[in-house]
Design a protein around this ligand. Sequence first.
Ligand code: PMP
Length: 450
Amino acid sequence: MKDENFLKENNARQMWHPMAHPGDQAAHPPKIITRAAGVRITDIDDHAVIDAVGGLWCVNLGYSNDVVKQSIADQLFELPYYSAFAGSSNPPAIEAAHAVQAFFAEDGIERVFFTSGGSDSVETCLRLARQYHRLRGEPTRTKFISLKKGYHGTHFGGASVNGNNRFRINYEPLLPGCYHLPAPYPYRNPFNETDPARLAQLIAQAFEDEIAFQGAETIAALIVEPILGAGGVIVPDASFMPLMREICDRHGILMISDEVITGFGRTGDWSGARHWGVKPDMMSTAKGITSGYFPVGAALISGKVAEVFETSKPAEGTISHGYTYSAHPVGAAAVVACLSETLRLDTKANAAARGTQLFDGVRKLAEKHGLIGDVRGGHGLMTGIELVSDRAQKTPLDGTTVKRIHEAVYEAGAMVRMSGHNFLMSPPLTITEDEVNSVLGALDTGFASV
Ligand code: PMP
């Protein structure tokens, strides 16, 4: 590796960073993370912190799982790549599909379509939804409905169902036929409804109204995150997903559960949908499927949808979609090892216990620090803190102060994710009680610094 001076000099000089302003990189160079172990990352200046972001909601097993690392290394020497397009397969891909299906059998999942990441998985689900309706003789069902504040990746389909203006505005026009409902977000919503159950009812009514307005026969699918992640860790009322499921069923609309964050244990159960007692028609997954050790995603298909494809005519039912790296053997080996480790360590149980500790701890901090406007979470290791300058008015805290606190928290020993005026946390599911306390301590110091 090049020396430290080279790295610092060339940091963000040739490389543009995702979700960053290219003109801002010289003034605010990104942190160079050089190594990681357990739940800790270390930067180029040898400052080690607890990674309360888990990479990007993905490093569920922490950074030191040798079983996963060894499987990846072994597979590289056995078969580094081969395509899985029609006509060929490879052993780890077959094993990975078996393992993933078993993981979600209880959710009604029967088939697995591998991708290279979350955005690909979302795109795959959206495309398969349209094809499903064509195969059933309803080709007019092409529209998609989703939630404001939802995040579904950055491909044109995913961006079109995305519910955050900042991921859309510079790339319009997006896909036609995508409509958005209000998010189940009691802290801010157009109805000024603070009761989560009543808010769920109002959004269900808005969904019914939208269906009546568009015509059910034009709508392919509803796509939702069981807990909205990037939008700020928005946890719906327990009635919300079942209400949406019932409406979808009544109108012949598919339900896609976007489980890129919530899949594989993060919410305290293996899927977010299971958490709410709902069986989706398709699920998009990624992240925890390999704990971030290799880029892999998967679109998961229920028996109901699979049957329509598997009994269709060749020209119509062929899946004319897929990626060079779909079912990549090295990625598939990472999936097999990661899922077996996930089960062995029962990461969902620790996610539930440590998630409650983190959520309760942050709520305690809110009694002390007036800048904390809203604390969200309580279901596994997904916690959101909304920062305000005025609690009564709910005025979002200005970006400069948010950045200052973020930096102070980092100095005090924890990396949290900044998203607008929110701090989001999704540490590895292997985090210990002491480590959660350290994260809370760093947050306390950070808030006290301004
Ligand atoms: N869907 C959801 C719910 C996500 O949180 C994300 C990424 N954070 C994506 C899709 C996109 O995944 P990727 O960044 O791997 O393309």
